[in-house]
Design a protein around this ligand. Sequence first.
Ligand SMILES: [Zn+2]
Length: 484
Amino acid sequence: MFPIGKIFQKINGSFEDILKLVKKITEYFLKLHWKSPRVVLSIVLACIFIFSGGYYLSQTTSAVNIIVNGQELGYVSSKSEAKKLVEEVLSAQAKDLEVEVQTEDEIIYKSIRVPKEEYQENLIQTSALLAAITPYIEGSGLKVNDKIIAVLPNDQAIEEVLSKFIEYQSKPSETNNVISTEIEEKVEKTKVKVNPQELKTIQETLDMLIQGDITVSDYRVEQDDSLWLIARKNNMLTDEILTANPNLSEDSILQLGQVIQLSRMEPFLTVISKGERVVSETIPFDVETKRDNSLGYGKSVVKQAGKDGEKEVTYSYVEENGKLLEKTVIQEKVTIEPVKQVVAEGPARPIAVAYSSSRGSGRVPGLIWPIKGRINSYYGYRNGEFHTGLDIDGDTGQPYVAAAPGKVIIAGWGGNYGYTILIDHGNGVTTRYAHSSKLAVYAGQQVDQGQVIGYVGSTGRSSGPHVHLEVMTNNKTLNPLNHL
Ligand SMILES: [Zn+2]
């Protein structure tokens, strides 16, 4: 047949286009003389033209082809429909966030007529559109020390994450008055274009900040290292080392110079908080011993049971991500007075005299710390057991010193105490240093304050190298922290 359809397709025709064409043809006829052969032929042609056009229109439909970056994806009925669909596909990527999803892809909406059948077969699929269009959003990047660690919908979201993280780390409460907080790292916000999939919610970012970043580093095994010691040196758990080194087990023998992996979570951000905290602390009761010669050798009777008191302590602190860096007691208020324990004691066995310490006023001289270190365990009740000393963290082999001048009365193995030293400072005051790896003094020796007397270890009942320091007057223990 006459290729009228092709002509129409070229016109790229909507119905209005065809009407325009018909009008033009009519105008042409009006200028001509009636009954001329030219006119008759023209009328016949026009009729064919119009009938074919009508037929064509009845067999085809107007459609809009969506072309993304030159790729034809299929049809929809109109341009507005096409735009709406693209809009929907883009905004569906925003998840539940209030962001505008955009694309830099070239999208062309091409109006055409297609046979109805073809139109039905090539209706556009949302999935095809999703796959073809690359969406992006302009978010706000959280930049820590010049590295973007997360992208959020906007600046306010970042502000919210940061304030929530600060609150998480500083934990303000009725008994914790946080005075100031500060993030140590350089934190910035920066505009950044990302795929909506990369966008993080406030909660996701907060969780990420709390969990920290995994960093892996090599560790070269040193003399006398054990998994436990390496873990302690690096502030990790043995299990964490084992997880990062599947070739190792708890019983593995480490070779000097062997390289193992240390992977750990490092915080992205460090919050330094300063404030004042109120805590309730136990005041351990004192024990007063009275000589009672009517009792037998070495016998003792409790005349009055002791009872711990309680005090409300206010201290100022500096914390780093919730870890105490500095602590200064500002105020102490006794809320419950302790009741001292009174013990009647018979005379000591004569044999014990040679080893027993002096007796006296019990006034404790100024003591110095045997080693500088973190306190692993305080004096007082600990899991239902009374801890009679102060555990000060140290490294195996690290020397420690006498807290005050005095005479060594015990230097040797002391069961649970491991290798232990007991120094008599006169006036009934003694100090004990337990769990040593090695001792540097002997019983009977006179020592000065600050003189090296032993080396840190983990002998006896101990879970790691530390100095267990006891301070006693007349053989009853005191809280060393009150005298250091
Ligand atoms: Zn201890």
